[in-house]
Write a protein that binds this ligand. Structure first.
Ligand SMILES: [Zn+2]
Length: 261
């Protein structure tokens, strides 16, 4: 059975981390209206839902050994793509066409996706857009970006700060830890940070405590780990890194599991 978890309930616990299965939430109607439901779909793919609207981030589902669903079952009002690598761009074009919804990403990547028939909005780092049901800002990421086996230029990679419901959330995309995470942490009271922890292609557990000190999120949702052999991650080390960091709680979601905040 799918588990549902709540950060406000989790924050009452004394442990600095938890496996999500320990908490089940019952909330009042008023709180429900402010809440965001975060569903982890595997790898770096996350669905955010609030008031009947759905955002899907980095929808790598086809070919993802940990995917919790197939691309044609996704309901989306907005797609966010952090960069052109296949494990992030994934099924974004097909989902955009099927749901008649835009892909918001960096300009150069948006041009390439438009050529494939997607509905796109191309922005760039530091820029933001209010979609009504959510406000989204494009942030820096220390990584690379190209599209497909032909290595088409994909512009610069990015992350996103998202305000939806009563929550500020940060999806880092693929990135190394970088000091300007401190600007994000100073500028936005982050409720949730979705950070890559698998190492090799991105920051790993060894940099997690630094990232959390800069970002100061109430809750960490680890992403981009254990999908492939190269990014196998020691969950015990992950939890120890979070314990060292600060007041952040780590919520570990398996593919298909949901967290409410
Ligand atoms: Zn990746």
């Amino acid at each position: 059975m799918q588990e549902i978890y709540n950060a406000r309930a989790a924050s009452a616990q004394s442990a600095s981390y938890c496996h999500a299965g320990r908490f089940r939430l019952i909330t009042g109607q008023q709180e429900m209206e402010r809440m965001v439901v975060l569903k982890y779909l595997g790898h770096a793919c996350v669905e955010l839902s609030h008031a009947g609207k759905h955002i899907i981030i980095d929808p790598f589902l086809t070919g993802n050994p940990t995917a919790a669903c197939t691309w044609d079952s996704v309901k989306a009002d907005l797609i966010l793509v952090t960069h052109g690598h296949s494990d992030h761009l994934g099924d974004a074009v097909q989902i955009s066409k099927r749901n008649n919804c835009p892909i918001f990403t960096t300009y150069e990547l948006s041009v390439q996706l438009q050529k494939q028939g997607a509905n796109v909005i191309g922005g760039n780092h530091g820029g933001s857009r209010d979609f009504g049901f959510a406000w989204v800002k494009i942030t820096w990421a220390a990584h690379s970006s190209s599209i497909g086996s032909n290595q088409l230029f994909g512009g610069n990679p990015c992350g996103f700060v998202i305000r939806m419901g009563d929550n500020y959330m940060y999806h880092a995309g693929d990135t190394a830890v970088f000091s300007d995470m401190g600007l994000i942490g100073e500028s936005y009271p982050l409720d949730i940070a979705m950070l890559p922890v698998g190492g090799f292609y991105t920051m790993g557990v060894e940099d997690l405590s630094v990232a959390l000190r800069l970002l100061k999120p109430r809750v960490l949702i680890p992403i981009h780990y254990n999908t492939f052999p190269a990014i196998q991650t020691d969950i015990r080390a992950l939890n120890e890194a979070v314990e060292k960091s600060s007041e952040s709680k780590c919520i570990i979601l398996g593919p298909g599991e949901t967290f409410e905040n």
